[in-house]
Design a protein around this ligand. Structure first.
Ligand code: PEP
Length: 253
C-alpha cells in the first residue's frame, strides 16, 4: 500500500517570526499524535530551511524547498542550487510549479534539468504538472499533461523516476478556491499512473506517489484523498493556517 504525503507550499509568505510561529504550531500538534496518518513535508521559503531542519524536534516533519537552479554553482546571481539546498537539510524540492512556469517562464526542459539536479543531490523532486483553464475547456488536458510528463520521464530511468513524486495541480484550481472535483482529479491521476505503468513497469506505476494540489482545504481533502489514485496533497493557502493544515493531514487516512 502506498503511503500518503501531505506537503505544504508556503510560497513567498511569512516573515522569520511568522514562519517560526507557524512551524512551531504545526510541530506541536504533530508531536501529540501517536500515529501520524501521512508523511508531512514543509516546503518553506529557502531562507528558513537550515533553521527548521536543524531545530525540528520530530521526524514526523521533513523540510523541502520550492525551487532550485540546475547548475551546482557559478555566476547565477540570486539562484540556489540543489546542492546548496540539500546541504542546508532539505530532503524535498518542488519543481515546475505553475507559478514558476507562468511567472518566471520555466520550460519543460528546465523542469527536467532541475529534476535531474535534485536527483544528483539526493533531493526528492515534487514535479508539478497541470493544465491551464483554456486547455481544460478545450478538453485537451490529457495530452497537455502527457507532454509535461514525457518531457521529464522520457529522460529518467526507473531508479531515478522512483525517487520522484508527481503533483497534479490544475492551474485553474491553484489559489482560486475552486478545487478540482474528486472525479476530475481522479481521472487525471489515473491517467498519470497508467502513463508511468507503461513507461516503466506496472509495479513502478502502482508504487508511485501522486499528489493533488489546487485549493485543497480541510473541507474537501477527505473526498479527494479517498480517490484510488490520489496519495495526498500539495497544499498552498491552507498550509499557512496550522489548524487547517493539521485537519488536512488527518484527512489522509
Ligand atoms: C500550490 O500552490 O501548490 C497550491 C496547491 O496552492 P493552493 O492550495 O493555495 O491552491
Amino acid at each position: 500500500m502506498r503511503k500518503k504525503i501531505i506537503a505544504a507550499n508556503w510560497k513567498m509568505n511569512c516573515t522569520a517570526v511568522q514562519a517560526s510561529a507557524l512551524f512551531n504550531d504545526i510541530q506541536t500538534s504533530l508531536d501529540k499524535l501517536t500515529h501520524c496518518p501521512a508523511e508531512v513535508v514543509l516546503c518553506v521559503p529557502s531562507l528558513y530551511i537550515k533553521h527548521f531542519a536543524e531545530s525540528k524536534k520530530t521526524n514526523k516533519i521533513s523540510i523541502g524547498a520550492q525551487n532550485c537552479y540546475f547548475e551546482n554553482k557559478g555566476p547565477y546571481t540570486g539562484e540556489l542550487s540543489a546542492e546548496m539546498i540539500k546541504s542546508c537539510g532539505a530532503e524535498f524540492c518542488i519543481i515546475g510549479h505553475s507559478e514558476r512556469r507562468n511567472i518566471f517562464g520555466e520550460s519543460n526542459e528546465w523542469v527536467l534539468k532541475k529534476s535531474q539536479a535534485c536527483l544528483q543531490n539526493q533531493l526528492k523532486p515534487i514535479i508539478c504538472v497541470g493544465e491551464p483553464i483554456q486547455i481544460r475547456e478545450q478538453n485537451t488536458y490529457i495530452s497537455y499533461i502527457q507532454q509535461q510528463l514525457e518531457a521529464v520521464y522520457n529522460h529518467l530511468n526507473t531508479e531515478e523516476a522512483q525517487k520522484t513524486i508527481i503533483a497534479y495541480e490544475p492551474v485553474w484550481a491553484i489559489g482560486t478556491g475552486k478545487n478540482a472535483s474528486p472525479e476530475q482529479a481522479q481521472e487525471v491521476h489515473h491517467f498519470i499512473r497508467q502513463f508511468l505503468r507503461k513507461r516503466y513497469s506496472p509495479k513502478t506505476g502502482d508504487d508511485f506517489i501522486i499528489l493533488y494540489g489546487g485549493s485543497c482545504n480541510e473541507k474537501n481533502a477527505r473526498a479527494l484523498f479517498s480517490c484510488k489514485d490520489i496519495d495526498g496533497g500539495l497544499i498552498g493557502g491552507a498550509s499557512l493556517n496550522a489548524q487547517s493544515f493539521i485537519q488536512i493531514i488527518h484527512a489522509a487516512i
